[in-house]
Unconditional design. Structure first.
Length: 436
């Protein structure tokens, strides 16, 4: 985790003290249920909870010191609790194994992290929707292969982003459901030394579901799906970031990141206004996607358990969620304050002499009896003259001078094909599909 790209609420979920608090809750809830079953004295759970109520601080350094000797983190924690609680603490962890604590804790942390990520997505969606409505009918050029294609609106570009992130939210809800399972099944997952009702009780207390069948670990296909979902969201973030970066290029300059008073763009060139936020988002997206591969490789563990996944998840659990939380918040800010230049959009559309209307002329010729092959040839030979003139010539003028074209279409019919508003007649339909 890099502090520069971290926000406090998400970071807090992954702090050592927060982890140990979840460990304690798992152990105490399990001991409580074991007391109800008569496996351990009910006084054991009471002793744990009474101590907990009067001791809000976890001594992380003390636990670390014990682990330096035991070389086992869960044993170090249990030892520290026992030193503080006293004799009743010996009933903790009855029939449990370390993975019961570790895997269930990871599930809690990922579920809580996901709740924050879902809030982030809601804020991003709200910002995109507001700006999409603002620019619903702002004309701009659509590009394919980076080349002018046909007109769209800037609102449609944003509506596409909204629909994409709405799908991301649906996937993330499913990923949360997938990851939020609890395993308190003991060594190799057979419940030989602990009743399944303990797992059910702990799961309910922590807002999880019991894992249907665990080995000694929760199956890692769940985690692979979860981190793959985060990777897809990162890809969507980068798609929007790259679009904005392109639009901010000097020779395009149809939109740009907000440039605050006192901000500096370059140490050498005082004129610079660089797309640093969206470039940064591209880099963060690369990192989040990179975490998906080791999660996929964690699926294949030896037999009922090994710990090859453990070190991986100590990295990717906090890093992926913390970075995505930051990236979503940053993109929300970029969209919210994005500077949009409709006049520049119009100027860019106009600079190629009406080439953006070539398809409408092509279709009109075919509808008036010209074969598609001949129609394409007629429009293209005039379009290439405009292209080679860098827009100094006008396509409509050249078409009106082309006898083969005017044999099929009148000047009035040609002019009708250069109506910009024609391209936006279905904008309302698209917005209704996206925003309901």
């Amino acid at each position: 985790m890099v502090p520069r790209y971290a926000r406090p609420a998400m970071t807090a979920i992954w702090e050592p003290e927060a982890k140990y608090r979840i460990w304690f809750e798992i152990e105490a809830h399990a001991t409580e249920k074991l007391g109800e079953l008569g496996v351990v004295p009910k006084s054991a759970a009471k002793a744990l909870w009474d101590w907990w109520a009067t001791n809000p601080k976890i001594d992380v350094e003390a636990i670390d010191a014990i682990e330096a000797v035991t070389k086992h983190d869960v044993i170090a924690f249990l030892t520290w609790v026992a030193e503080n609680v006293g004799d009743e603490a010996r009933f903790m962890h009855q029939g449990m194994t370390s993975s019961d604590v570790l895997d269930t804790t990871l599930a809690v942390q990922l579920a809580r992290s996901t709740d924050l990520l879902l809030e982030d997505l809601d804020q991003l969606l709200a910002a995109i929707k507001r700006r999409a409505e603002e620019h619903k009918y702002t004309p701009t050029i659509g590009r394919s292969h980076g080349i002018h294609a046909e007109p769209v609106t800037f609102g449609l570009k944003l509506a596409q982003a909204y629909a994409e992130f709405d799908r991301c939210k649906t996937r993330l809800v499913a990923a949360r459901e997938e990851i939020a399972t609890c395993a308190i099944s003991g060594a190799v997952g057979t419940f030989a030394n602990i009743d399944p009702s303990v797992e059910e009780y702990v799961a309910e207390k922590l807002g999880l579901k019991p894992e249907p069948v665990s080995t000694q670990v929760i199956p890692r296909d769940r985690h692979a799906m979860y981190f793959a979902t985060l990777a897809v969201i990162a890809g969507s973030i980068e798609r929007v970031a790259v679009e904005i970066r392109h639009l901010q290029r000097t020779e395009v300059l149809e939109a740009e990141e907000f440039f605050s008073k006192g901000q500096k763009g370059s140490s050498a060139m005082p004129h610079k206004r660089n797309p640093i936020l969206t470039e940064n988002l591209t880099g963060q997206a690369r990192m989040i996607r990179a975490y998906a591969l080791p999660a996929l490789e964690n699926v294949a563990l030896w037999h009922e358990r090994d710990i090859s996944h453990s070190s991986v998840e100590r990295f990717i659990g906090p890093d992926a969620t913390i970075t995505l939380d930051f990236a979503l918040a940053r993109l929300t800010g970029v969209i919210d304050k994005l500077l949009v230049y409709p006049e520049r959009m119009q100027a860019n559309m106009d600079r190629m002499g009406g080439l953006i209307h070539s398809q409408r002329v092509l279709l009109a010729l075919t509808q008036n009896g010209v074969s598609r092959e001949d129609a394409y040839r007629l429009v293209q030979r005039n379009a290439m003259k405009v292209w080679e003139s860098d827009g100094r010539l006008m396509l409509l003028d050249l078409l009106k001078q082309d006898e083969e074209v005017t044999a099929a279409l009148t000047n009035e019919q040609l002019e009708e094909r250069f109506d910009l508003d024609y391209h936006f007649k279905q904008v309302d339909t698209i917005f209704d599909r996206v925003f309901g």
